[in-house]
Design a protein. Structure first.
Length: 332
Protein backbone atom coordinates (compact mmCIF):
# COMPACT_ATOMS: atom_id res chain seq x y z
CA UNK A 1 0.00 0.00 0.00
CA UNK A 2 1.37 3.41 -1.02
CA UNK A 3 2.16 6.05 1.62
CA UNK A 4 1.21 9.71 1.09
CA UNK A 5 2.38 12.57 3.29
CA UNK A 6 0.42 15.84 3.24
CA UNK A 7 2.50 18.84 4.27
CA UNK A 8 0.20 21.41 5.87
CA UNK A 9 0.97 25.11 6.13
CA UNK A 10 -1.74 25.50 8.77
CA UNK A 11 -4.30 27.06 6.42
CA UNK A 12 -7.49 24.92 6.42
CA UNK A 13 -8.36 25.67 2.78
CA UNK A 14 -4.92 24.58 1.59
CA UNK A 15 -5.05 21.45 3.73
CA UNK A 16 -8.47 20.48 2.37
CA UNK A 17 -7.22 20.91 -1.19
CA UNK A 18 -4.31 18.58 -0.46
CA UNK A 19 -6.64 16.04 1.16
CA UNK A 20 -8.87 16.30 -1.89
CA UNK A 21 -5.98 15.35 -4.19
CA UNK A 22 -5.03 12.45 -1.90
CA UNK A 23 -8.67 11.28 -2.04
CA UNK A 24 -8.75 11.39 -5.85
CA UNK A 25 -5.55 9.33 -6.06
CA UNK A 26 -6.71 6.89 -3.37
CA UNK A 27 -9.82 6.12 -5.39
CA UNK A 28 -7.53 4.59 -8.04
CA UNK A 29 -4.68 3.21 -5.90
CA UNK A 30 -5.26 2.40 -2.22
CA UNK A 31 -3.09 4.60 0.00
CA UNK A 32 -2.29 5.45 3.60
CA UNK A 33 -2.25 9.21 4.27
CA UNK A 34 -0.39 11.02 7.05
CA UNK A 35 0.03 14.73 7.83
CA UNK A 36 3.02 16.88 8.76
CA UNK A 37 2.60 20.43 10.04
CA UNK A 38 5.45 22.39 8.48
CA UNK A 39 7.50 24.74 10.64
CA UNK A 40 10.67 26.79 10.29
CA UNK A 41 13.61 26.45 12.66
CA UNK A 42 13.35 30.20 13.14
CA UNK A 43 9.76 31.43 12.94
CA UNK A 44 10.98 35.02 13.20
CA UNK A 45 12.95 34.64 9.94
CA UNK A 46 10.36 32.61 8.02
CA UNK A 47 9.64 35.29 5.38
CA UNK A 48 13.33 35.76 4.69
CA UNK A 49 13.97 32.00 4.66
CA UNK A 50 11.16 31.49 2.15
CA UNK A 51 12.64 34.08 -0.22
CA UNK A 52 16.15 32.64 0.14
CA UNK A 53 14.85 29.10 -0.43
CA UNK A 54 13.16 30.06 -3.69
CA UNK A 55 16.30 31.75 -4.99
CA UNK A 56 18.57 28.83 -4.07
CA UNK A 57 16.21 26.23 -5.55
CA UNK A 58 16.74 27.73 -9.01
CA UNK A 59 20.29 26.32 -8.86
CA UNK A 60 18.77 22.81 -8.83
CA UNK A 61 21.58 21.46 -6.67
CA UNK A 62 20.91 18.46 -4.41
CA UNK A 63 23.37 19.56 -1.71
CA UNK A 64 21.85 23.05 -1.62
CA UNK A 65 18.39 21.48 -1.44
CA UNK A 66 19.44 19.54 1.66
CA UNK A 67 20.68 22.81 3.13
CA UNK A 68 17.29 24.37 2.45
CA UNK A 69 15.59 21.49 4.27
CA UNK A 70 17.69 22.30 7.33
CA UNK A 71 15.86 25.65 7.53
CA UNK A 72 12.71 23.72 8.44
CA UNK A 73 11.96 21.34 11.28
CA UNK A 74 12.79 17.80 10.08
CA UNK A 75 10.38 15.56 8.18
CA UNK A 76 10.68 11.77 8.11
CA UNK A 77 10.93 11.03 4.38
CA UNK A 78 11.68 7.32 4.72
CA UNK A 79 9.16 5.02 3.06
CA UNK A 80 7.09 7.78 1.47
CA UNK A 81 5.70 7.29 -2.03
CA UNK A 82 4.24 10.77 -2.52
CA UNK A 83 4.15 14.22 -0.94
CA UNK A 84 1.24 16.61 -1.45
CA UNK A 85 1.27 20.26 -0.38
CA UNK A 86 -0.64 23.46 -1.14
CA UNK A 87 0.12 27.16 -0.83
CA UNK A 88 3.10 29.41 -1.43
CA UNK A 89 4.68 28.83 1.98
CA UNK A 90 4.96 25.07 1.51
CA UNK A 91 6.23 25.20 -2.09
CA UNK A 92 9.96 25.73 -1.32
CA UNK A 93 9.89 22.91 1.22
CA UNK A 94 8.20 20.38 -1.07
CA UNK A 95 10.44 21.38 -4.03
CA UNK A 96 13.55 20.90 -1.86
CA UNK A 97 12.33 17.44 -0.79
CA UNK A 98 11.85 16.37 -4.40
CA UNK A 99 15.31 17.64 -5.37
CA UNK A 100 17.14 16.23 -2.34
CA UNK A 101 15.36 12.88 -1.97
CA UNK A 102 13.69 12.21 -5.35
CA UNK A 103 10.29 11.66 -3.71
CA UNK A 104 7.39 12.46 -6.07
CA UNK A 105 5.72 15.77 -5.17
CA UNK A 106 2.35 17.30 -6.08
CA UNK A 107 2.05 21.00 -5.29
CA UNK A 108 -1.17 23.02 -5.48
CA UNK A 109 -1.59 26.72 -6.10
CA UNK A 110 0.08 29.57 -7.94
CA UNK A 111 3.85 29.01 -8.34
CA UNK A 112 5.06 32.29 -6.77
CA UNK A 113 8.51 32.23 -8.30
CA UNK A 114 9.03 28.48 -8.71
CA UNK A 115 8.66 26.75 -12.08
CA UNK A 116 6.23 23.84 -12.28
CA UNK A 117 9.14 21.55 -13.26
CA UNK A 118 10.38 21.84 -9.67
CA UNK A 119 7.53 19.42 -8.85
CA UNK A 120 6.18 16.30 -10.50
CA UNK A 121 2.90 18.15 -10.82
CA UNK A 122 1.84 21.70 -10.09
CA UNK A 123 -1.97 21.85 -9.99
CA UNK A 124 -3.44 25.24 -10.86
CA UNK A 125 -6.81 26.53 -12.04
CA UNK A 126 -5.24 28.58 -14.82
CA UNK A 127 -2.16 27.82 -16.93
CA UNK A 128 1.15 29.31 -15.77
CA UNK A 129 3.72 27.28 -17.73
CA UNK A 130 3.80 25.59 -21.11
CA UNK A 131 5.07 22.42 -19.47
CA UNK A 132 3.38 19.04 -18.83
CA UNK A 133 4.15 19.39 -15.12
CA UNK A 134 1.64 22.28 -14.90
CA UNK A 135 -1.66 20.40 -14.65
CA UNK A 136 -4.86 22.42 -14.94
CA UNK A 137 -7.77 21.38 -12.74
CA UNK A 138 -11.26 22.19 -14.03
CA UNK A 139 -12.53 22.19 -10.42
CA UNK A 140 -10.42 23.15 -7.42
CA UNK A 141 -9.64 19.90 -5.55
CA UNK A 142 -11.70 19.39 -2.38
CA UNK A 143 -13.09 16.66 -0.13
CA UNK A 144 -16.33 15.99 -2.02
CA UNK A 145 -17.69 14.09 -5.01
CA UNK A 146 -21.24 13.19 -6.13
CA UNK A 147 -20.82 9.68 -4.71
CA UNK A 148 -19.43 10.87 -1.36
CA UNK A 149 -22.24 13.41 -0.94
CA UNK A 150 -24.95 10.96 -1.96
CA UNK A 151 -23.74 8.29 0.48
CA UNK A 152 -23.49 10.82 3.31
CA UNK A 153 -27.04 12.08 2.70
CA UNK A 154 -28.42 8.52 2.66
CA UNK A 155 -26.55 7.61 5.84
CA UNK A 156 -27.87 10.67 7.67
CA UNK A 157 -31.33 10.17 6.11
CA UNK A 158 -31.69 13.90 5.43
CA UNK A 159 -34.77 15.39 3.77
CA UNK A 160 -34.58 17.41 0.56
CA UNK A 161 -33.91 21.08 1.19
CA UNK A 162 -32.50 24.29 -0.30
CA UNK A 163 -28.95 24.97 0.85
CA UNK A 164 -27.37 28.42 1.25
CA UNK A 165 -23.63 28.67 1.95
CA UNK A 166 -22.95 32.16 3.22
CA UNK A 167 -19.59 33.90 3.32
CA UNK A 168 -18.97 37.63 3.57
CA UNK A 169 -16.26 40.19 2.95
CA UNK A 170 -13.32 38.78 0.99
CA UNK A 171 -11.34 38.84 -2.28
CA UNK A 172 -12.88 42.18 -3.26
CA UNK A 173 -16.52 41.30 -2.52
CA UNK A 174 -18.54 43.61 -0.28
CA UNK A 175 -22.21 43.06 0.61
CA UNK A 176 -24.45 45.87 1.87
CA UNK A 177 -27.02 45.46 4.63
CA UNK A 178 -29.77 46.12 2.09
CA UNK A 179 -28.46 43.29 -0.10
CA UNK A 180 -28.53 40.85 2.82
CA UNK A 181 -32.08 41.96 3.65
CA UNK A 182 -33.19 41.52 0.04
CA UNK A 183 -31.59 38.06 -0.06
CA UNK A 184 -33.57 37.11 3.05
CA UNK A 185 -36.83 38.18 1.35
CA UNK A 186 -35.93 36.04 -1.68
CA UNK A 187 -35.28 33.06 0.61
CA UNK A 188 -38.65 33.56 2.28
CA UNK A 189 -40.33 33.67 -1.16
CA UNK A 190 -38.56 30.46 -2.24
CA UNK A 191 -39.81 28.70 0.86
CA UNK A 192 -43.36 29.93 0.22
CA UNK A 193 -43.19 28.61 -3.35
CA UNK A 194 -41.58 25.25 -2.66
CA UNK A 195 -42.46 24.49 1.00
CA UNK A 196 -38.95 23.05 1.24
CA UNK A 197 -36.80 23.49 4.37
CA UNK A 198 -34.07 26.12 4.10
CA UNK A 199 -30.58 25.28 5.35
CA UNK A 200 -28.20 28.15 6.08
CA UNK A 201 -24.49 27.50 6.67
CA UNK A 202 -22.43 30.52 7.68
CA UNK A 203 -18.63 30.71 7.77
CA UNK A 204 -15.76 32.54 9.43
CA UNK A 205 -16.13 35.37 6.87
CA UNK A 206 -19.78 35.93 7.79
CA UNK A 207 -20.00 38.82 10.23
CA UNK A 208 -21.83 38.06 13.45
CA UNK A 209 -24.28 40.88 12.61
CA UNK A 210 -25.21 39.23 9.31
CA UNK A 211 -25.48 35.82 10.97
CA UNK A 212 -27.79 37.22 13.65
CA UNK A 213 -29.89 38.94 10.97
CA UNK A 214 -30.26 35.69 9.02
CA UNK A 215 -31.07 33.66 12.11
CA UNK A 216 -33.70 36.06 13.47
CA UNK A 217 -35.34 36.80 10.11
CA UNK A 218 -35.66 33.13 9.10
CA UNK A 219 -36.60 31.68 12.48
CA UNK A 220 -40.13 30.79 11.32
CA UNK A 221 -38.88 28.75 8.34
CA UNK A 222 -37.95 25.08 8.89
CA UNK A 223 -34.16 24.97 9.01
CA UNK A 224 -33.13 22.06 11.21
CA UNK A 225 -29.95 21.46 9.19
CA UNK A 226 -28.64 25.02 9.46
CA UNK A 227 -25.18 25.59 10.95
CA UNK A 228 -24.36 28.96 12.50
CA UNK A 229 -20.61 29.56 12.71
CA UNK A 230 -20.67 32.24 15.42
CA UNK A 231 -23.04 30.13 17.52
CA UNK A 232 -20.64 27.19 17.64
CA UNK A 233 -22.09 24.99 14.88
CA UNK A 234 -18.79 23.93 13.31
CA UNK A 235 -18.90 20.12 13.32
CA UNK A 236 -21.74 19.58 10.84
CA UNK A 237 -21.74 17.08 7.97
CA UNK A 238 -21.39 19.26 4.86
CA UNK A 239 -21.26 16.22 2.55
CA UNK A 240 -24.71 15.15 3.75
CA UNK A 241 -26.10 18.67 3.34
CA UNK A 242 -24.72 18.90 -0.20
CA UNK A 243 -26.00 15.45 -1.09
CA UNK A 244 -29.56 16.11 0.06
CA UNK A 245 -29.90 19.63 -1.38
CA UNK A 246 -32.20 20.28 -4.36
CA UNK A 247 -30.38 23.53 -5.18
CA UNK A 248 -27.26 25.08 -3.71
CA UNK A 249 -26.75 28.84 -3.44
CA UNK A 250 -23.31 30.08 -2.45
CA UNK A 251 -21.97 33.60 -2.03
CA UNK A 252 -19.31 34.19 -4.64
CA UNK A 253 -16.57 35.37 -2.24
CA UNK A 254 -15.34 31.83 -1.49
CA UNK A 255 -13.60 29.75 -4.17
CA UNK A 256 -13.54 26.74 -1.83
CA UNK A 257 -17.28 26.83 -1.04
CA UNK A 258 -18.00 27.10 -4.78
CA UNK A 259 -15.79 24.15 -5.72
CA UNK A 260 -17.25 22.05 -2.89
CA UNK A 261 -20.78 22.86 -4.06
CA UNK A 262 -19.97 22.02 -7.68
CA UNK A 263 -18.40 18.72 -6.63
CA UNK A 264 -21.73 17.55 -5.21
CA UNK A 265 -23.16 17.36 -8.74
CA UNK A 266 -26.13 19.54 -7.75
CA UNK A 267 -27.27 22.78 -9.48
CA UNK A 268 -25.16 25.61 -8.05
CA UNK A 269 -25.94 29.34 -8.19
CA UNK A 270 -23.25 31.78 -7.09
CA UNK A 271 -24.58 35.01 -5.55
CA UNK A 272 -22.69 38.25 -6.11
CA UNK A 273 -23.15 41.78 -4.70
CA UNK A 274 -23.13 45.12 -6.53
CA UNK A 275 -19.70 46.00 -5.15
CA UNK A 276 -17.00 43.72 -6.58
CA UNK A 277 -13.31 44.60 -6.80
CA UNK A 278 -11.88 41.11 -7.17
CA UNK A 279 -8.59 40.50 -9.04
CA UNK A 280 -8.72 39.37 -12.66
CA UNK A 281 -7.49 35.88 -11.75
CA UNK A 282 -10.58 35.38 -9.58
CA UNK A 283 -12.90 36.77 -12.25
CA UNK A 284 -11.34 34.31 -14.70
CA UNK A 285 -11.89 31.52 -12.17
CA UNK A 286 -15.63 32.26 -12.00
CA UNK A 287 -15.86 32.72 -15.78
CA UNK A 288 -14.28 29.29 -16.28
CA UNK A 289 -16.96 27.61 -14.18
CA UNK A 290 -19.65 29.40 -16.20
CA UNK A 291 -18.07 28.38 -19.52
CA UNK A 292 -17.98 24.75 -18.33
CA UNK A 293 -21.67 25.07 -17.34
CA UNK A 294 -20.88 24.08 -13.77
CA UNK A 295 -22.54 27.10 -12.14
CA UNK A 296 -25.24 29.68 -12.69
CA UNK A 297 -24.57 33.23 -11.56
CA UNK A 298 -27.06 35.71 -10.11
CA UNK A 299 -27.19 38.93 -8.06
CA UNK A 300 -27.64 38.27 -4.36
CA UNK A 301 -30.92 40.19 -4.52
CA UNK A 302 -32.41 38.36 -7.53
CA UNK A 303 -31.98 34.58 -7.83
CA UNK A 304 -34.23 31.62 -8.54
CA UNK A 305 -34.43 27.84 -8.47
CA UNK A 306 -32.63 26.02 -11.25
CA UNK A 307 -33.43 22.74 -12.97
CA UNK A 308 -32.23 19.68 -11.12
CA UNK A 309 -30.14 18.41 -14.03
CA UNK A 310 -27.75 15.65 -13.08
CA UNK A 311 -24.14 16.85 -13.27
CA UNK A 312 -22.74 13.70 -11.64
CA UNK A 313 -21.32 12.32 -14.86
CA UNK A 314 -19.62 15.60 -15.77
CA UNK A 315 -18.09 16.00 -12.29
CA UNK A 316 -16.90 12.37 -12.23
CA UNK A 317 -15.34 12.82 -15.66
CA UNK A 318 -13.39 15.85 -14.45
CA UNK A 319 -12.18 13.98 -11.36
CA UNK A 320 -11.09 10.93 -13.34
CA UNK A 321 -9.29 13.08 -15.89
CA UNK A 322 -7.32 14.85 -13.17
CA UNK A 323 -6.50 11.54 -11.47
CA UNK A 324 -5.08 10.05 -14.69
CA UNK A 325 -2.88 13.10 -15.32
CA UNK A 326 -1.55 13.00 -11.76
CA UNK A 327 -0.84 9.28 -11.83
CA UNK A 328 1.20 9.74 -15.01
CA UNK A 329 3.07 12.71 -13.53
CA UNK A 330 4.14 10.85 -10.37
CA UNK A 331 4.92 7.62 -12.22
CA UNK A 332 2.43 5.35 -10.49
Amino acid sequence: MKKILIISDGIPGHFNQSKGVALIISEIDECITATHEMAWRSNFLRSLLTIISKLLLKLKNKIIAKGILWMYLPINIQGLDLIIAAGGNSAPLSAAIKLAHSVPVIQLGSPRGLHSSMFNALITIEKYFDDPSNIIAAISPNLYSPAICSRAAQKKNLKEHLLFLIGGEGIGYSYSTMEWETMIMKIQNLHSQTKLPISIVTSRRTSIEVENLLQSSLKNIPGDYSAWFHHGDKNFNLAALLGSAINIFVTEDSAMMISESISSGKPVTTLYPSNIKSPNRYKNHIAKYIDLELIYRAPIYDFQLRSTQDLNEKITEHRNGLAKKLMRAIGW
